[in-house]
Design a protein around this ligand. Structure first.
Ligand SMILES: Nc1ncnc2c1ncn2[C@@H]1O[C@H](COP(=O)(O)OP(=O)(O)OP(=O)(O)O)[C@@H](O)[C@H]1O
Ligand SMILES: CC(=O)N[C@H]1[C@@H]2OC[C@@H](O2)[C@@H](O)[C@@H]1O[C@H](C)C(=O)O
Length: 364
């Protein structure tokens, strides 16, 4: 695609919460967001989620990975078949992430998806960055920068994604592009919903602490939090990124606590990760715009508001869609990749210079 005009692109995200696949279309030239199109969601069945859960932490070639990839591809094929978009940005499902060691692994074959859908697919977004010495995540920041322009943000603003893992992007919309010096700082903040979900599933067979009701009725364990926040991850400056299960010891540490206190402790761990993360940002932000499913956790939102001096609001308050934002990001990144524009840079993944990425597979 060598045309530089706007194109309708379709992006997908199968996130670390393992709940399902989001898809969304946007009209973009890879620099600006011109319009938003339809979105859709396809939940994983319990059986499918079990296959994915069983493959977490595995690398290509290991038993179980092919079955997980098939679950991911089939779900995407079903979901995308009737959605518009000339180009598809297919993130896949992260099974393992170890940028300083074995690399990063997103299950799902984009070439097979391109053949099944008869449309070009951009995929494997993270590998080039990791191969060049970057963290391979987060990648949504370039999209956050474009969104800040789209919603007319004035002055520094933070996008905070509370998915399975948390990540934030501090950005200054006055800068000349996302990778201009001083324009952004982005990194993973710590666990967000994943430990809470895992605890709720193990103790109650429930997918989540809905609205944060259980956490709101408990008292966080100071001892567990003190140990947790003493981990080197929090003292390390950005760039930094996380595997979904990087904090398995946190879930283990709350096993002896009563239910409500365990939930309160895990919720507070997510909140304090964000609070510590914001301390790395170059200047105070005017607002924290929260996206991802965690924005629906009223307890976490209330605790963030109590801890931070600036307003903490869901992205809906500025006219965006917090359920579709990550899928939209990979539509945007697909167009950037197809046009050779950078996806990552020193201020996001820590790669030495701004770098493009992704593989483009065309239907044969
Ligand atoms: N009403 C709610 N109350 C509390 N938590 C909620 C609610 N709705 C969603 N969540 C949380 O949000 C999670 C889903 O968030 P999201 O879809 O942003 O995650 P993801 O995209 O899988 O993660 P990541 O951004 O890490 O890849 C759910 O698993 C749940 O923990
Ligand atoms: C390796 C990987 O898949 N990381 C995800 C995960 O989910 C949230 C956080 O950890 C973020 O770093 C990233 O996703 C978002 C979409 C990103 O790349 O910006």
């Amino acid at each position: 695609m060598d045309d530089s005009g706007p194109v309708w692109a379709l992006g997908t995200m199968s996130g670390t919460s393992l709940d399902g696949v989001d898809a969304a279309a946007i009209l973009t030239d890879g620099e600006r967001v011109l319009d938003f199109g339809p979105g859709a969601y396809r939940a994983y069945s319990d059986n499918e989620r079990g296959v994915l859960h069983g493959a977490l932490g595995l690398w290509p070639g290991a038993p179980g990975v092919a079955a997980a990839a098939e679950v991911v591809q089939d779900a995407h094929r079903d979901l995308l078949a009737d959605l518009p978009g000339a180009l598809i940005g297919f993130h896949g499902q992260t099974l393992a992430h170890d940028p300083g060691g074995r690399g990063t692994h997103q299950a799902g074959d984009g070439a097979a998806l391109a053949a099944a859908l008869g449309r070009p697919v951009v995929w494997d977004f993270r590998s080039a960055d990791v191969a060049a010495g970057g963290q391979g995540a987060p990648l949504a920041p370039a999209f956050h920068f474009a969104l800040a322009g789209h919603v007319g943000a004035r002055g520094p603003v933070v996008f905070l994604n509370l998915g399975g893992v948390g990540n934030l992007t501090w950005l200054d919309p006055a800068c000349d592009g996302p990778f201009a010096p001083g324009a952004m700082l982005a990194f993973d903040t710590g666990p967000a919903n994943a430990p809470l979900n895992d605890m709720m599933r193990a103790r109650f067979g429930q997918a989540m602490d809905r609205d944060g009701a259980l956490a709101a009725s408990g008292m966080p364990s100071r001892e567990v939090l003190h140990t947790f926040l003493g981990l080197p991850f929090f003292a390390a400056p950005p760039p930094k990124s996380l595997d979904r299960d990087a904090f398995a010891q946190l879930v283990a540490a709350v096993t002896g606590l009563p239910d409500a206190d365990a939930a309160a402790t895990l919720a507070e761990a997510a909140v304090q990760g964000v609070v510590r993360g914001l301390a790395w940002c170059p200047r105070p932000a005017g607002r924290v715009l929260v996206t991802g499913g965690g924005r629906r956790n009223r307890h976490i939102m209330a605790r963030l508001s109590a801890e931070l001096v600036c307003p903490v609001i869901p992205v809906e308050d500025v006219g965006l869609d917090g359920d579709l934002l990550e899928a939209q990001a990979f539509a945007f990144l697909a167009v950037r990749a197809a046009r050779g524009l950078p996806l990552s840079g020193p201020c996001t993944t820590g790669v030495a210079t701004p770098l493009t990425g992704g593989r483009v597979s065309c239907p044969t």
